[in-house]
Design a protein around this ligand. Structure first.
Ligand code: ARG
Ligand code: ZN
Length: 879
């Protein structure tokens, strides 16, 4: 087996040389771009005087390497992607010329071409594919960049900072020079050159700076950029009012590119975005995507402070910027859309992605201690669990103190490459609290599990709540210490109202809701003056990223589902009730070989919710959605996706037929003939209406089919087209192929609309047919292996959203994914490695599936010349 280099946090050493200034000149040419770098180095004050200069460089050959002002050529050697040079002095300027081929760069890392335009992605380590440089985030330099290109083909030339010069070079080429006054690490460098259309607007900051906002995209999609522009202005305003932080350059540029590995990138002053998170129009983006655009625009904008002005010392600190920035974009979305809906969506994402990761072979702490390929660590743990950890700090300290901690962080570390430890120190200094135990959240992997037990004593009016915590072992971490866990809770009286809380021996009345701080393996809290037997409402608002068992019976869960005044917990109680009901039914099916009837208790509780007239529609839609097959499977020791899917469908059919009139009336009430307009309220109504239709089509009789067809044919927006088309496809409606054709003609002019045309098909067609369909779609003229969005739409949706097809008992679904990964790995390792995550749960599957899954992984491991990216995920999965 191959030996791969492992990077360890413990091995961190400061750089021997810092860079004061770098001047880059690009002569852009698709197959032979010339890059000249003039880098002014200065020895780090603490570095030994004989320390060599070490530069990163991958897939590069220097055409010229010289010390400016020196006759003789410097001594250097190149080995394993490193150039080592004997420095001539304490401080000197190196001139380095390299030539690179952006048109051959299919990994989309470094300088590449997307849709005829040049663009870059340098995080985490793409800059080293452009020139020799200390490509590490703790080396921060001022950049001056000149771009030279054919004027006709590339009229727009962009880089970070302010444009300081332009020139017509007389030979058909032109140039533009940019200067970024803020020192930055190389991963924040960006350039773009192409024939792009521009949408421009302005924003005046609280400090009075007039900022020009520029959104660039291909000409045919520039009219789809208005929503993103509005989102940007909202984000700029929100950050000023919530954090007192303003934008710091005269121009803020966003460019939408079609071929992009991730969501977006926060390059200083020049964000580069996957078109999926910029473009929005009724026939192109769903309501959920309109929301995602706002969230990602805000996320990248917020990085300007948490990421750019204060960056990371090394990649083990990645969550310092990502967790914090996700927390901030979640708060933004909560404010502009809906706090409760946002919270539920955040938790769903965490549970569907991060919990499985934390319970699997690639589990790692929020601050990892080692990696082979850093690109594999842009994970749900770093991002989403990282955000939860920040949120717990806000919960423990309270917003005003948390905000003071943030102010201190900015004051102390502006312009620096910082660490998680320094961030926590700011929170400690602002609050005067000891966060020693809290730090465990950064270094211990795994999802802690809480078990609650309670007893009510009517005579003494006391309520005793006992809780224990354990954290399961994860790779390399067999035993864990107890964590510092905030438990937000209330005790509800029979009307669902929180009773005021007072702890025995506690001095003060705590109010109706309190945050208990669990710091030990076990703790008991005794409340006094509890006049009526309460129903506990625990972990309100999902106060910690943990699993818990509240030990509530079905009756209590149904009560909370209908009555808890914490919206998250209302939703959560319904989910627990559904999971428990479905797991019971799974057990009965295994015993008796046939599907049992839907328990009355669940049907009654469901009926109460569907009749609920108070909740906002978006919340009601979430409340009436059953937990995903994946989430239910995670609750089983050995998961059988086919059985879970069957039982879940059975429950859906049962409630659909039993509550048909109620679903019909929900549909009617939220149906609208108005032209499409995105707003949170309209989106909520559409979500509820489409949820009702989705249930109704579980029993596709003529009236319901007619409703769905009417919606499909009359709607003016893709949310409603898909709301009808998806379930029609699932129920095998005879009109399917005609609808597929019609939808294609509506989508064909937009790559992003087409992505949904692809993904809906492979998701909704069940059984063996789905595999042949997925394979056929990869041959479709609109499909391309070079566009990650397309690969995700077909292969990702097939593997992640069609459990019965992917987990086909003959292993054919696994075989398909394995072959795709093996082929893609040469072309785009980051994308290939991402796709491997669908295999990582293999040990938790029933034996007849875990065996073929393991075999597929083994075949991958045996693939010659596997990238570090794929190798790391595959080898860890099999270990
Ligand atoms: N910093 C970017 C963001 O969170 C993600 C870039 C990740 N790219 C990568 N190739 N690993 O918005
Ligand atoms: Zn980010």
């Amino acid at each position: 087996m191959s030996q791969r280099k492992v990077h360890n946090l413990k091995a961190y050493r400061p750089p021997h040389f810092l860079v004061e200034q770098v001047t880059l000149t690009f002569e852009l040419d698709p197959s032979a771009t010339r890059v000249e770098a003039l880098t002014h180095f200065k020895r780090h004050p603490d570095a030994p005087t004989d320390a060599p200069l070490q530069l990163h460089g991958e897939e590069l050959q220097p055409e010229l390497l010289e010390i400016v002002g020196q006759q003789e050529r410097p001594h250097y050697h190149i080995e394993n992607d490193r150039l080592t040079l004997t420095p001539p002095a304490e401080s000197f300027t190196l001139r380095c010329v390299t030539r690179i081929a952006p048109d051959k760069n299919s990994a989309l890392d470094g300088l590449y071409i997307s849709g005829g335009m040049f663009c870059t992605q340098c995080e985490a380590e793409g800059f080293r594919k452009i020139t020799y440089y200390p490509d590490r985030p703790d080396v921060m330099a001022k950049f001056r960049v000149t771009l030279i290109a054919e004027a006709q083909q590339y009229p727009i030339l962009l880089s970070n900072g302010d444009k300081v010069a332009t020139a017509d070079l007389g030979d058909g080429r032109h140039s533009a020079t940019y200067e970024d006054p803020y020192p930055k690490p190389s991963y924040l460098f960006a350039l773009v050159a192409g024939d792009l259309a521009l949408l421009e607007d302005h924003y005046t900051t609280a400090e009075g700076r007039k900022v020009t906002l520029q959104l660039y995209s291909e000409h045919h999609s520039i009219d789809q950029c208005g929503h993103a522009m509005q989102a940007l202005k909202k984000a700029m305003q929100w950050e000023e009012s919530r954090y007192g932080l303003s934008y710091d350059l005269n121009t803020y540029m966003i460019v939408a590119v079609g071929n992009f590995n991730m969501g977006a990138m926060e390059n200083k002053g020049l964000n580069i975005f996957n078109t999926k998170y910029v473009l929005a129009a009724p026939h192109v983006a769903t309501d959920a995507e309109y929301e995602a655009v706002e969230g990602v625009i805000a996320h990248e904008y917020f990085h300007n402070w948490t990421g750019n002005r204060i960056t990371c010392r090394d990649w083990f600190q990645l969550s310092l910027k990502e967790g914090l920035t996700v927390y901030r974009d979640q708060s933004f979305s909560a404010d502009i859309v809906s706090g409760s809906v946002q919270r539920i969506q955040d938790v769903r994402l965490l549970r569907n992605h991060q919990f499985p990761e934390d319970a699997g072979p690639t589990a790692h702490p929020v601050q990892p201690e080692s990696y082979i390929e850093i690109n594999n660590f842009y994970t749900s743990t770093i991002y989403n669990k990282g955000a939860e950890v920040i949120r717990m700090l806000e919960t423990l300290l309270g917003w005003p103190i948390f905000r003071q901690g943030m102010d201190l962080y900015v004051a102390r570390h502006d312009g620096q490459a910082a660490t998680v430890e320094q961030f926590i120190c700011c929170m400690e200094d602002a609050s005067g609290r000891d966060l020693g135990q809290f730090r465990l959240w950064y270094v211990q992997a795994g999802t802690p599990e809480l078990t609650f037990n309670s007893l009510y004593y009517p005579e003494s009016q006391r309520y005793v709540l006992n809780v224990t915590q354990v954290c399961p072992p994860t790779p390399g971490q067999l035993s864990k210490a107890p964590m510092h866990i905030p438990i937000r809770m209330a005790l509800l009286d029979p009307d669902g109202q929180p009773q005021s809380l007072k702890l025995v021996d506690g001095e003060q009345v705590l109010g109706a809701e309190t945050v208990l701080e669990l710091t030990t393996g076990e703790a008991t809290y005794t409340f006094e003056g509890v006049s009526k037997a309460p129903t506990p409402s625990l972990m309100r608002g999902f106060s910690a990223p943990v699993k818990w068992d509240a030990a509530l019976d079905r009756e209590a869960l149904a009560f909370l589902w209908a009555n808890d005044n914490d919206p998250f917990n209302r939703w959560e109680s319904g989910q627990i009730l559904a999971v428990e009901t479905i797991l019971d039914m799974v057990g009965l099916t295994q015993q008796n070989g046939e599907l049992p009837d839907l328990p009355e208790s669940f049907a009654h509780a469901f009926e109460t919710i569907i009749k609920d007239g108070k909740s906002e529609p978006a919340l009601l839609a979430l409340s009436l959605s059953l937990p995903t097959t994946g989430y239910i499977m995670d609750r089983m020791d050995k998961a059988d996706p086919h059985l879970v899917y069957r039982v879940r469908q059975h429950v859906r059919q049962a409630v659909a037929s039993r509550f048909r009139p109620l679903f019909l009336s929900l549909y009617g009430r939220h149906y609208s003939d108005e032209p499409y307009h995105y707003s949170p309220a309209n989106a909520g109504a559409r979500a509820l209406k489409n949820l009702a239709l989705d249930y109704l089509l579980e029993n596709p009789e003529p009236t319901v089919l007619a409703l769905a067809h009417k919606q499909f044919h009359q709607a003016d927006n893709i949310t409603d087209w898909l709301g009808a088309y998806g379930p029609l496809l699932r129920c095998g409606s005879p009109s399917s192929s005609e609808l597929t054709h019609i939808l294609y003609t509506r989508c064909k002019d937009s790559a992003n609309a087409l992505d949904k045309w692809f993904s809906t098909q492979v998701t909704m067609v069940a059984g063996p047919e789905a595999l042949s369909l997925a394979k056929a779609l990869t041959q479709h003229p609109d499909f391309s292996w070079s566009t990650p969005n397309k690969v995700r739409a077909v292969v990702g949706s097939f593997s992640g959203a069609n459990p019965t097809a992917f987990h086909a008992i003959d292993g054919s679904g696994y075989g398909f994914l394995q072959e795709v990964i093996a082929q893609l790995d040469e072309k785009n390792p980051q994308l290939a490695a991402r796709l491997c995550t669908y295999f990582t749960r293999w040990r938790r599957m029933v034996p007849e599936l875990s065996q073929p899954m393991q075999n597929a992984l083994q075949r991958l491991l045996d693939t010659p010349n596997l990238s570090n990216d794929t190798y790391e995920i595959v080898s860890k999965s099999l270990a």
